[in-house]
Design a protein around this ligand. Sequence first.
Ligand code: ASP
Ligand code: MG
Length: 433
Amino acid sequence: MKFGGTSVGSAERMKEVARLIVDKERKIVVLSAMAGTTNSLVDIANYLYKKNHDGANEVISRLERLYNNEVEALFSTAEYKEKGHALVLSHFDYIKSFTKDVFTVFEEKSILAQGELLSTALMNFYLNEQGYNSMLLPALDFMRTNKNGEPDSPFIKENLNTFLDENKGYDLFITQGYICRNAFGEIDNLQRGGSDYSASLIGAAISASEIQIWTDIDGMHNNDPRYVENTRSISHLSFDEAAELAYFGAKILHPTSVLPAKLGNIPVRLLNTLDPKAKGTLISAEESHAGIAAVAAKDGITAIRIKSGRMLLAYGFLRQIFEIFESYKTPIDMITTSEVGVSVTIDSDKHLEDIVDSIRKFGTVEVDRDQVIVCVVGHLVRDNKGYANKIFEALKEIPVRMISYGGSDHNISLLVASDHKKDALRALSAKLF
Ligand code: ASP
Ligand code: MG
């Protein structure tokens, strides 16, 4: 069971999480940092990089006060209030120790780890105060990445299962999402939002019966509730559909977290801490429905079009283009081709200028920024008719820059300018659902 930052965002919310996890079933609970904490830790690190110690100290003091207030609100006995304050003090003393010396990525990552270490230790104290026999499971002892920065699954599996075997007397384990050690044994993390990934890796490592991701919405919706009214929660998605939706904008689930569950064939359930009885979304291997399930949008996309006479009847052209993106470690999301040109999209502008410079030798290059990928996801089996027609009909008033269909049975992607995003999402909802 994984609970995100808002689910553990205050003492009250932590108490609700505690109520949800204390049944008899043996389980591992993965927690994020309390909402806002990781952002504050990033701010502290940024101040320290710039040697702005006053700036850092101000954020540190504010955060420390907030945690001490949470301790007062969370615990009811003097004994645990004292334990809680001592815990907060030790973590903040540690953070403050970095304001004195050199500051590198190594120190930064140690600071970023404090949020999850705090939320889990506080939760474990609270459970103990309430009389539950829970145990902290230190993620830094088993969660590990390899030389390529990818999770080291055999290491995780072996060390986690050994720990569980050595602690047969416990049924309730509390562990940190997001944090890990790298191949050198240094403190590291699985990138922002990585707690979902932790949960999925852990679920796969122990062959869990189910992985539950608890947030504050009742599962994945069939469109973005921030822009479209009357969206509905989707009761079931296949792993592939969920992966497309998570990647193309459904914020509720981190995109990396689908793969470990899919490989281990472990169902993932998305549930709502504010409405624990709601069915939420079940993600599994089963392809239970045909047709369009949901629409999502991914912002911040740049489209690059290369037009070249040299592409005509030539082979190897695309390889040369793709190699340029590869050399700048920039992934391509969407591709469309004609006989004399190709358009691709990227979601990172970091190396845009260099990429464009390198591509220019192949032909004319046009760049469009501020684009959005609108992604229609479902079980779009090949011999079914009419999906494309419905989508085009819905978008007849909206200028479409690129269309991609047929890359998988699960996705039709369209590129539109970000000004048209809301209209496109609403028009698709009106037509499709
Ligand atoms: N606390 C981390 C973050 O805010 C990890 C997570 O919440 O998933 O990115
Ligand atoms: Mg999250």
